[in-house]
Ligand binder design. Structure first.
Ligand code: CUA
Length: 368
């Protein structure tokens, strides 16, 4: 039993504990881990990583063991003769050329296979979703289904999904590590002929349900760090129900009439709706089945069901939505939405009073 200093033993114990704890929490605490893939795409990438990492660790250990053995075996000793000096060894040279070539083959073949798997053409019945990166949020358009959403999008487990991705301004990068990516989204002038050529694609099949966090992975300006997105994988029934709940039929649904015992003044949600639809909010935002049709900012249909405000700026809550409406830049420096008192990105202040902000926030949070 080798004797190690006490301090080293203590560190050794702490290291083992840390490794053990990391193994316990992996996948739940680290929302953006690549080591718990939930799609064929991410699984293919993870396999390439594990394979390459395994070979390199094996080589590292072998080289270190040989190095230490040689250092010990041929170390200088008082009175010992010089070791035998060798120049050239054809067998050894052939070996250290052939063995790396074989190892590279074992790395290259699965890697090229993964490249083809992750670059495949989508199947004819794949679910098509158009992804558009904006400074600093994500837009998702389900053209065939008539659904538009932002910062959180739903996909059915087990069905092939085809993301067709572009940017409305600068280069962003789409990355939901547990599902796959990352892949840059390139600016394309809206409606230009070049869209088809400039769009990037991700094709994958989600293998288990859950809400998976992603993040823009290409520096894109001031609020790059707060450009999160959430992908929600659900059963095909739940997906169909979600689509139905998001669908814009074009008919502006009438607001719920306040009952006789419940005057307009006592219903902040109905009042907030009225304020939202009569103020400048609708110049930028759309909400399905209302008269709000703006397309500059994020679509707010079922906004309250999103986990965060401002693409990851703060958790979804009445207080945070109020704060966001009052001063988006206080939660997300650089946000292009004007506040109640401050202009932003050329848009004038909304001029909403604190009471109006409270009611509009109540309305938006109620959209679940
Ligand atoms: Cu978008 Cu970084």
């Amino acid at each position: 039993m080798p004797h190690f200093p006490t301090s080293w033993r203590r560190w050794h114990g702490a290291l083992l504990l840390a490794v053990g704890l990391a193994a316990c929490t992996g996948g739940t605490e680290f929302a953006q881990t690549t080591f718990h893939p939930v799609s064929d795409f991410a699984d293919a990438l993870n396999r390439v990583f594990i394979n390459t990492f395994g070979w390199t660790i094996g080589i590292l250990v072998l080289v270190l063991v040989l190095l230490v053995a040689v250092l010990v075996r041929f170390r200088e000793r008082p009175g010992a003769p010089h070791p035998r000096q060798i120049h050239g060894n054809t067998r050894l040279e052939i070996l250290w050329t052939v063995i790396p070539a074989v190892i590279v083959t074992f790395i290259a073949v699965p890697t090229v296979q993964a490249v083809f798997t992750t670059q495949r053409r989508p199947a004819a019945d794949a679910l098509e979703i158009e992804v558009i990166g904006h400074q600093w949020w994500w837009e998702f358009r389900y053209a065939a289904e008539g659904v538009v959403t932002a910062n959180q999008f739903y996909i059915p487990v087990g069905r092939e999904v085809h993301l067709r991705m572009t940017s409305a301004d600068v280069i962003h990068s789409f990355w939901v590590p547990r599902l796959g990516g990352k892949r840059d989204v390139m600016p394309v002038p809206r409606g230009a002929e070049g869209v088809a050529a400039r769009a990037n694609h991700i094709v994958f099949v989600a293998s288990e349900p859950g809400r998976f966090r992603g993040q823009c992975a290409e520096y894109c300006g001031e609020a790059h760090a707060i450009m999160a997105l959430f992908s929600v994988a659900v059963s095909s029934d739940e997906y169909a129900a979600w689509i139905e709940s998001m669908r814009d039929t074009g008919a502006a649904a009438a607001p719920a009439e306040p009952g006789p015992a419940q005057g307009v003044q006592s219903n902040p949600v109905a009042e907030g709706r009225q304020i939202f639809l009569s103020k400048t909010c609708i110049a930028c935002h759309a909400i399905a089945n209302t008269t709000a049709r703006g397309i500059i900012g994020p679509n707010l249909t079922r906004f309250g069901s999103r986990p965060t405000v401002g693409a990851g700026a703060a958790p979804m809550s009445q207080e945070n939505v109020e704060q966001w409406i009052r001063s988006p830049q206080s939660l997300k420096a650089g946000a292009l939405m004007p506040g109640a008192q401050a202009a932003a990105a050329g848009f004038p202040p909304t001029g909403l009073t604190d009471d109006e902000i409270r009611k509009v926030a109540a309305y938006l949070v109620s959209l679940r």
